[in-house]
Write a protein that binds this ligand. Structure first.
Ligand code: ATP
Ligand code: ZN
Length: 351
């Protein structure tokens, strides 16, 4: 498959790559510098952090700029808690691809005897040192009907399906949520709980591909305004297991996923701060989402990694936000609307 839009996406990718410049700009000391400065707060678990006022301030300001960037999309704004229905999650086939990343929610649902057993097990658990702690008390925990949301767009597809057939124009949804992925790491940009702002497109293949192309351009424009070095590259998801490589190769071959990469902390490769995903009719088929003409709907999403982009800003512009470059300060702390309008006007794709 080689649709004109895919070629356009690749052209953006090639244009933004700087092969003459070797990979530089990572900072393996970033995590300790941020912790020392009190910007990220350690909890004792890798990938789980508290955020300081200044970190949150940047996240919120970035989020507002993303809203300006998508203001003409007339997206339906929906906000979900960081959990979703277990039934919807089971149907999503997430466990087929990423069983290692998923997080389920368990709770005590027993009687007095069960409570007694739980407390006894807990006594034994905390009596030993931190290292040897068992998880014996958790034998009393039972699955709830909720799981942690793995990507902000997941609650949207079953919801759209429940509403019935799409209108001609399809649908565009705007979501923002904390997500969970069980991938503990000392890389500060690989967190276990982090926020994704997403725009999701549901409609015909043409509508969805045009949307993805538009957002590759808009995302690149935003990161340029943030004065961060970046490249757009073809990517694949980390599919699990032996069969995973075949699925990942096929995803690349079909050019389903692009990422906007910025050097952050890892010395060997830059970090995906934005992702542009085309799912074809994968979700349409699972939930029977129908276009106006009864064909299965296609879907795509653009995901802004809020923590990763914020970390990239601290990495490249320093830990003191007052010292960030004037245009970046103007965008985040000033009136961003004219800057975004000018940026949008300079792009090739119409609104
Ligand atoms: P990766 O390949 O690095 O694991 P991804 O491309 O699978 O990430 P997506 O599933 O497309 O990520 O998620 C959308 C966005 O969410 C990513 O572009 C990234 O900015 C952010 N993100 C993904 N995983 C993490 C994480 N562990 N910590 C912080 N942000 C993340
Ligand atoms: Zn998504």
């Amino acid at each position: 498959m080689n649709m004109p839009n895919e070629q356009a996406a690749l052209a953006v990718a090639e244009e933004s790559a700087h092969p003459q410049q070797p990979y530089t700009g990572s900072d393996p000391t970033l995590r300790s510098r941020l912790v020392e400065a009190g910007i990220l707060i350690e909890t004792g678990e890798n990938g789980l952090y508290g955020r300081s006022e200044v970190f949150e301030d940047v996240v919120e300001r970035l989020n507002k700029v993303i809203t300006l960037l998508g203001a003409d999309q007339q997206a339906e704004v929906l906000r979900f808690p960081p959990a979703m229905r277990r039934h919807d999650f089971e149907d999503s086939e997430y466990l087929k691809s990423f069983p290692n990343l998923a997080g389920s929610i368990h709770a005590f649902q027993g009687n007095d005897r069960g409570h007694h057993r739980l407390l006894e097990a807990l006594d034994r658990t905390i009596a030993v040192g931190d290292e040897e702690r068992s998880d014996e008390w958790m034998d009393q925990q039972k699955p709830t009907r909720l799981v942690l949301t793995p990507a902000a767009c997941y609650p949207v597809y079953p919801l759209i399906a429940r509403r019935g057939k799409l209108a001609e124009a399809g649908a565009i949804v705007d979501v923002f949520a904390y997500c969970f992925r069980h991938e503990p790491s000392i890389d500060p940009s690989r967190m276990q709980m982090f926020r994704m702002r997403e725009y999701i497109r549901v409609g015909s293949p043409q509508q969805v591909m045009a949307f993805r192309q538009k957002w590759i351009e808009r995302g690149s424009m935003l990161v340029r305004l943030l004065q961060l070095p970046f490249e757009i590259d073809l990517a694949n998801d980390p599919f699990f297991g032996r069969g995973g490589k075949i699925v990942a190769d096929s995803q690349r071959e079909q050019q389903l996923k692009f990422e906007l990469l910025v050097p952050v902390a890892t010395p060997d490769k830059p970090t995906a701060c934005l992702s542009f995903n085309y799912h074809m009719e994968h979700f349409g088929e699972i939930w029977k989402i129908k276009q106006a003409d009864d064909q299965l709907a296609h879907t795509a999403c653009v995901g802004f990694g809020m923590e990763r982009t914020t970390l990239a800003l601290f990495r490249h512009h320093g830990l003191d936000v007052a010292q960030w470059p004037a245009p970046v300060r103007a965008l985040l702390w000033g009136d961003a609307a004219p800057m975004i309008a000018e940026g949008l006007a300079s792009l090739g794709t119409p609104a």
